[in-house]
Design a protein around this ligand. Sequence first.
Ligand code: HPA
Length: 292
Amino acid sequence: MAGTDEKPGTAVDGAIEYLRPRLAVTPVVAIVLGSGLGRIADRCSGSRAIPYADIPGFPPCSVDGHEGKLSVGDWGGVPVAILQGRAHRYEGHSLEVVTRPIRALALLGVRTLITTCAAGSVGKSVPGDLLLIEDHLNMMGDNPLLGMADSLSGSSRFVEMADAYDPWLRRTAQEAAAETGIALSQGVLACVPGPSYETAAEAEMLGRLGAHAVTMSIVPEVIVARALKLRVMGLAVLTNRAGVRLDSRVGHQAVVARAEGMAQAIGFLLSGVLRRLKAASLSDGGGETPSA
Ligand code: HPA
């Protein structure tokens, strides 16, 4: 579980020391690519992919569809760090371990986190939807900040989570989606520990609680990112109906295949968001979220 009395950064010192001399640019935006979305990283130029296995303290990825590589380079004039794949709580890692890549990148200069995942649809949303995350329900029964001596930001143990998904970035994503003709809905993502999928009753319960989708990731990253005062944007690719059998191909393979089918649209959308971030001079590592 989370390291007791851990000082901010301690567990990621080795990763920072390893990465700093190997980065051609200082990344200001981190993008996490979830199941089946890894090839979006091809849009990043001038990058050399570094396997997580080579980075001290980075957890390995053991799940299909998660390559486990970090690419740092340029995407539309913005220096980005792309995490192709992530480790999950259900692989047996603590949330302190799962969130180390976010902490390391924040300490290296990242100020904005754009995170993506595959998710099951709940309530009125349907498979095939692309969901801009408006808010979340942490149903993991765990929190990556548990056991920290102080919050990662050093200012308060009690991290503010209202408006965790930055309103300016959400508006920007909506504009970029409209420009590229991508249908983007907005809603609440529930996060469960997994690895079992939901029963029909659990999916029904999550819908009644206000969720539009359910996943096994993202939320720990977002909590840590907010503790470190990063701006956050999240996208969920709805790959299946939660609580219903995946009948065509079995389970996770079908989830990955459906996410892969939506990777191109997400790549266009992210290009539009990064262009706007650059124009708003937000990608230089400083400044407040504009009220535009
Ligand atoms: N439930 C939880 N996580 C998921 C699902 C689901 O149905 N689909 C993709 N990730």
